[in-house]
Design a binder for this molecule. Structure first.
Ligand code: URP
Ligand code: ZN
Ligand code: ZN
Length: 461
């Protein structure tokens, strides 16, 4: 087979090890991974990756682009969000299609597709959010058949019209078991959370504590109790459960114990919970950092890193849900009004690589496992995505082991005028990114074409 492109002499990384090899591409797919392919280039373009890591494009399986939320719309749209992804080495994103009002899952799917299709420059898929069990439950088989086998339920957000109760979670898990689907759950205990928010929502406390009230009203048991309950419904139904954005050490303990007794439950964390703690809320600009769940304590960060190592935390994502300073400033001193969410796609791989691999917390193989291979496997995209192997999509990232770039929102692709990691020196930014064989980042600059990304049908069977 003639090759169109060869990434030559790099260190190719998989969860099982690293090897010196060339990666040859024909069309949109990888044709071969082996040493010495560049010697038979025969006119193919050769990109020299000597001394660099060559990894599968990252997957961020938890993003919210142009999401109507908290009375506004998240400011990374499908253009800026996926360009940020490309520059950060992420070549697949999975967003959450959420039905509003009387909408069906099918309506939500089409609404999300309409927004993504003309703008996305990397491949994408959707988890389907169930916001009304009686309306959406019967639609689950059609969604699985279409290639959307992952569903989402939120235990909070009644004001958004998104909240699911225990009945909905129990029923959805039962259906997932039958259909070969998986239920993703945002686990926070809403009744107690609302009570704690109400108790603290006074002019005196808001004046005294400002954005710190966001953390003060969400003690760890708010997440732990909800994870415990969702795990119980998974245990009795046998449905596969995936806890999104797990932020607490208690959560990791619950997942580990459940997995040990054979419950079909998985948990992701987000990179912000690994690298930042809730002390940021005391800063004068602390309100910018409000996300949901909020950043926790250093001991939680430690426990989540440990969980990545021992396996109960299987994926690192971002929960990208960007808001500009102007949007965040709507809070006017009342933490309950802060649009919750952070930018993240552009810094996911650099943060995990810098703080994880260079920080001595994980190997480069583990980095590829948690950011590429596992998310692809768990979300039904493997081996199309998440691996450098013959037949897989040619989604490839080349990055230098040591070159650092200072995070600066002003030079980034993302749609925010601030960044939580502003001024941090990070290695692991993509020098070159390829999406299905097409170069979308060259010499650290995004050169992607709007609409290049394709919707990906998935299957968990
Ligand atoms: O702060 C966040 N995470 N915003 C997006 C909604 C969610 O709960 O994931
Ligand atoms: Zn959530
Ligand atoms: Zn989210």
């Amino acid at each position: 087979m003639p090759y169109d492109l060869i990434i030559a002499n790099g260190t190719v990384v998989s969860p099982d090890g690293t090897t010196q090899a060339d990666v040859a591409i024909h069309g949109e797919r990888i044709a071969a991974v082996a040493p010495g392919l560049a010697a038979k280039a025969n006119g193919a373009r050769v990109v020299d990756a000597t001394g660099k890591y060559v990894i599968p494009g990252g997957l961020d399986v938890h993003v919210h682009l142009e999401l109507p939320f908290c009375g506004t719309v998240s400011s990374d749209d499908w253009r800026t969000g996926t360009r940020a992804a490309a520059r950060g080495g992420v070549t697949t994103v999975i967003d959450f299609a959420i039905p509003y009002g009387e909408q069906s899952l099918d309506d939500a799917y089409h609404a999300w597709l309409e927004r993504a299709k003309p703008k996305a420059c990397v491949d994408y898929a959707f988890h389907m959010a169930i916001t009304n069990w009686d309306r959406h439950g019967p639609e689950m088989p059609a969604m699985v058949a279409r290639g959307c086998p992952t569903f989402k339920e939120f235990m909070i957000y009644a004001v958004e019209g998104w909240q699911s109760d225990d009945r909905a979670i129990y029923n959805a898990l039962e259906s997932c078991k039958k259909l070969g689907g998986m239920l993703l759950v945002h686990a926070e205990s809403s009744r107690v959370l609302d009570e704690l928010i109400a108790r603290h929502h006074t002019p005196e406390l808001m004046k005294k504590y400002g954005a710190q009230l966001h953390a003060m009203t969400r003690p760890n048991f708010i997440e732990a109790e909800a994870i415990q309950r969702a795990v119980m419904w998974a245990e009795v139904t046998g449905g596969r459960l995936y806890i999104v954005h797990m932020s607490t050490g208690e959560g990791a303990d619950i997942i580990k114990a459940a997995q040990a007794r054979g419950v079909d439950v998985l948990a992701e964390t987000c990179v912000q919970y690994l690298v930042m703690d809730d002390s940021v809320f005391a800063r004068p600009d602390g309100h910018l950092f409000a996300c949901c769940p909020q950043l926790k304590k250093p001991k939680d960060m430690e426990r989540l890193w440990k969980g990545l190592d021992s396996g109960e935390v299987c994926v690192i994502s971002t929960d990208t849900c960007t808001f500009t300073k102007e949007q965040k400033d709507r809070w006017e001193g009342d933490w309950t009004k802060i649009p919750m969410g952070l930018p993240g796609l552009e810094t996911l791989l650099p943060l995990v690589y810098t703080k994880g691999v260079l920080g001595g917390r994980m190997t480069v193989e583990k980095f590829v496992e948690k950011c590429c291979a596992n998310p692809a496997k768990i979300m039904g995209l493997y081996p199309q995505k998440g691996v450098l192997a013959a037949g897989s999509d040619a989604d490839i990232v080349v990055f230098d082991r040591k070159t650092t770039i200072k995070v600066d929102h002003a030079t980034m692709e993302g749609g925010a005028d601030w960044n939580p990691f502003q001024g941090w020196d990070l290695a692991g930014f993509a020098e070159h990114t390829f999406s299905r064989g097409k170069q979308i980042v060259k010499d650290y600059k995004c050169i992607a074409e709007d609409g290049w990304g394709k919707w990906l049908p998935r299957s968990l069977r």
